[in-house]
Design a protein around this ligand. Structure first.
Ligand SMILES: [Zn+2]
Length: 177
């Protein structure tokens, strides 16, 4: 089960990054990719105590990608296939990235200090990167003729619209089940 612990979704067309909080440089990424910086001041939730104090269920890393794709299938039928890579290299500032040329959604599963990131946080990142994929490959599905990405600006109004739609559908599904 996913307990929603998200911060307020960004208002449409707004970039949630605070002024001055420029995204950190992302050395080593290919120039056609960009990375998702951590959300501002996102409090890390205390680990939920499971039954009899056991930790919450975390599937093995190898199962995370297929699990997320199955979840997405329940809320959206995408037109162009993409690849998912769950990368276990620990990172502190980068949660994921979308590589347009390879149609690759990459998610960094481990934090340098805190170890493995919670599943809900990884899924958040997954939806974010999928929204980039959809913006590039099927803007027409969201009533836009072209990708609206503006050079030098990571997130267009269309991007937030797509991500908002995905999150809304997922939340709706959660509420029904
Ligand atoms: Zn992004």
């Amino acid at each position: 089960m996913d307990t929603s612990r998200q911060t307020q979704p960004p208002r449409r067309g707004q970039d949630p990054r605070k002024p001055g909080a420029a995204p950190r440089p992302t050395g080593g990424l290919d120039p056609d990719a960009w990375a998702q910086p951590p959300a501002p001041a996102r409090p890390r939730p205390a680990p939920r105590p499971g039954v009899a104090g056991s930790p919450p269920f975390e599937p093995p890393i190898s199962a995370v990608g297929p699990l997320f794709v199955r979840r997405l299938e329940r809320i959206y039928s995408w037109r162009v296939a993409f690849n998912v890579d769950i990368n276990t290299r620990p990172t502190s500032h980068v949660l994921g990235g979308y590589y347009r040329s390879r149609r690759l959604v990459r998610i960094y599963s481990h934090d340098t200090k805190d170890g493995r990131r919670p599943l809900s946080e990884l899924f958040d990142t997954f939806l974010h990167e999928v929204a980039h994929h959809l913006e590039y490959t099927e803007p027409q599905s969201f009533n836009s003729k072209v990708c609206r990405r503006v050079r030098g600006r990571m997130h267009s109004r269309l991007f937030w619209q797509i991500l908002g739609e995905l999150k809304f559908r997922w939340a709706e599904l959660q509420a029904r089940s």
